[in-house]
Design a protein around this ligand. Sequence first.
Ligand SMILES: Nc1ncnc2c1ncn2[C@@H]1O[C@H](COP(=O)(O)OP(=O)(O)OP(=O)(O)O)[C@@H](O)[C@H]1O
Length: 246
Amino acid sequence: MTSVIETQSLAKSFGGMTAVDNTSFEIESATIVGLIGPNGSGKTTTLNLLNGAISPDSGSIRVQGTELAGKSSTSFVRAGVTRTFQNPRVFTTITAIENLLVPVLHSKGRGSKWTEKAEELLSFVGLLGHRDTPASELSGGQQKLLEFVRALMTDPHIVLMDEPFAGVHPSVKEVMRERIIEKNKQGTAFLIVSHEIPDLTRLCSDIICMSDGEVIASGTPADVTSHPRVIEAYLGHGPAARGERG
Ligand SMILES: Nc1ncnc2c1ncn2[C@@H]1O[C@H](COP(=O)(O)OP(=O)(O)OP(=O)(O)O)[C@@H](O)[C@H]1O
């Protein structure tokens, strides 16, 4: 299997606070990988590094073999990395379909081709009926689904997702879960940050656990959730790692 993202000795500090400390890991193509860890362990900072939102102080980020550390978010999108956010960042003043067309505004091809693709993706998550609804009028869960399919418009190799299951209705959660699985079967990899450990263990082939900016365990969900350092990290910070929510 080839890797879609590989980091080596990645580090990022904010002032005196080390958020990501010398981390190295690899995400294989077409896998679903969970990224867990107690609050403040560096998960969101890692996602921000992996999509070029922020630059590392040191270390390497290779996407499909190309070094991108320090490059812009646009470079990461072009290399096939897109993302979603804990609080969905949809453009609230424009419609659902217009949101999907934003990432391809400067792409080649007929406009109708992109409109068709956007309609297919809206349909994929049950939002076609809201095609022309301003995003501000969609529920929080619908906005998460909209942001998810917006991240798929450019046919990424990997989608980085920050807390896709947090604060959404169980029915939305199920749609999100099923559609992630479906896209993964078509070859898209996912790196998913979540505190919802039971959801992740059902979904992911591998889990990476961070604590205090370091990767302390990685492997199968069963291996990681029973790892002594993982249990210790969670017990030290709050919720237990084994299937209990924080
Ligand atoms: N822009 C920033 N400026 C200063 N400190 C920051 C910044 N971003 C993150 N941090 C700090 O870096 C550490 C890691 O934060 P990060 O948000 O990556 O953790 P997390 O694992 O995603 O946490 P949570 O699960 O609570 O979302 C925290 O101590 C946080 O306060």
